[in-house]
Design a protein around this ligand. Structure first.
Ligand code: CXF
Ligand code: ZN
Length: 382
């Protein structure tokens, strides 16, 4: 079938909205008509070439990076299923998870399906059998972001990425839990393991950070201190449960030192667009003995330089630095759980969407994101 998609043809290019050819789903695959796709900063990382190896390394690994269809935060309706699909049928409403979960690998079986072995193919960007269902008009195979390609009106994904949801849940809201909401909320609830009464810092108050704020507040944090240079984001974070908002880490240290009587923050969650390794000493300065820093923000693929910190203090003050993918959440458990919290009025989703765009306006959506104007921009399909 023909559909339309936002395609990236080379690093640093604009998204090209064009007609593509889409094959029917093969075994284990699902054809999904998307209702919407969130505009996450990771697709901007992708556009800037920060999500993948450099072209020479990619060639060595046998990876074809371009063209690639972006988007990894979507929800929609199942149109067709391939042979062997058992968890959904045509007509079902589904959220797409940016991490697949097979349910059988050691990570899935031990309750860490955010680390599912199938996720290893994420950056290769094809179907799980390493072939493509998406092709440009001249027949070139397209890769798809996170095995999803939600910047396509219709897409084919593996059943492992598909989470059936209840029919009464607005699909636009369901798209948000495929990345930003779950990543942020889980970073606080699971990765930081926020406990009642703790002081928590959230550094970066965009579409992931405000959900870390929601998670920390829901877990019972006493103070949720947001750090963001953009005034609009600081103000907006206060509507999601932040108790304080400051512009930089210097102000944050003075504040947490004051409000905790010198005990400092028990947890800090880094949810910035880019990772600033040079800021780590200032982050750790805000964190108490035995405290934890969660790195949710995604740095550049293959980069090793940039972080310099005092490891003497890390040991003697027994601090922790932990990474978290998908907020250490389990897609099949936490996506329906978060959507139920939304329906019950306990999790804010509508308020996350600053502005909606048509697919043809996607470059404007990313310009607005870069300008700090959006908590979440969203492409809404017809
Ligand atoms: C990212 C994590 C790295 C792979 C692409 C998606 N997460 C959220 O945006
Ligand atoms: Zn994302």
């Amino acid at each position: 079938m023909k559909t339309r998609a936002a395609v990236l043809h080379e690093v640093n290019a604009d998204w090209s909205v064009e007609e593509i050819d889409l094959d029917p789903p093969k075994a284990g695959e699902v054809l999904v008509k998307l209702a919407s796709s969130g505009l996450c900063y990771s697709d901007e990382h992708l556009r800037k070439g920060e999500m993948m190896p450099d072209p020479a390394t990619a060639e060595l690994l046998g990876l074809e990076l371009y063209p690639i269809i972006g988007g990894h935060e979507g929800a929609g309706e199942v149109l067709e299923v391939g042979p062997g699909v058992t968890s959904v049928v045509p007509g079902d409403h589904v959220a797409l998870s940016f991490v697949p979960s097979c349910g059988r690998c050691p990570s899935c079986a031990s309750g860490h399906s955010n680390l599912c072995d199938l996720g290893a193919i994420l950056l290769a960007g094809k179907q799980l059998d390493f072939t493509s269902r998406h092709h440009t008009h001249d027949g070139t195979d397209c890769a798809i972001m996170c095995c999803l390609g939600t910047f396509s009106e219709v897409t084919v994904v593996n059943e492992a990425s598909v989470i059936k949801i209840e029919d009464d849940i607005p699909l636009q809201m369901a798209s948000l839990v495929g990345c930003g909401v779950t990543t942020g909320w889980g970073s606080a609830v699971y990765a930081a393991d926020v406990q009642p009464g703790e002081t928590v810092m959230v550094i970066g108050a965009g579409g992931v950070g405000v959900n870390a704020v929601q998670g920390a507040a829901m877990a019972g944090a006493r103070h949720v201190v947001v750090v963001d240079p953009v005034e609009f984001k600081r103000e907006s974070a206060m509507n999601f449960g932040a108790t304080h908002a400051v512009a930089n880490l210097e102000e944050a240290f003075a504040l947490v030192n004051d409000i905790t009587w010198g005990q400092l923050a028990k947890k800090a969650i880094i949810t910035t667009d880019d990772v600033d390794g040079a800021s780590f000493p200032a982050v750790f300065q805000c964190v108490s003995k035995g405290g934890r820093v969660v790195l949710t923000a995604v740095d550049t693929f293959g980069k090793t330089e940039g972080i310099q910190m005092n490891l003497f203090d890390l040991t003697l003050q027994q601090k922790q630095l932990v990474g978290a993918i998908f907020g250490a959440a389990n897609p099949r458990y936490d996506i329906p759980r978060l959507l139920r919290l939304y329906v019950d009025g306990k999790l804010k989703l509508d308020e996350l969407v600053t502005k909606t765009y048509k697919l043809d306006e996607i470059n404007q959506g990313y310009a607005d994101l870069r300008a700090g104007q959006n908590i979440r921009g969203m492409v809404v399909y017809d």
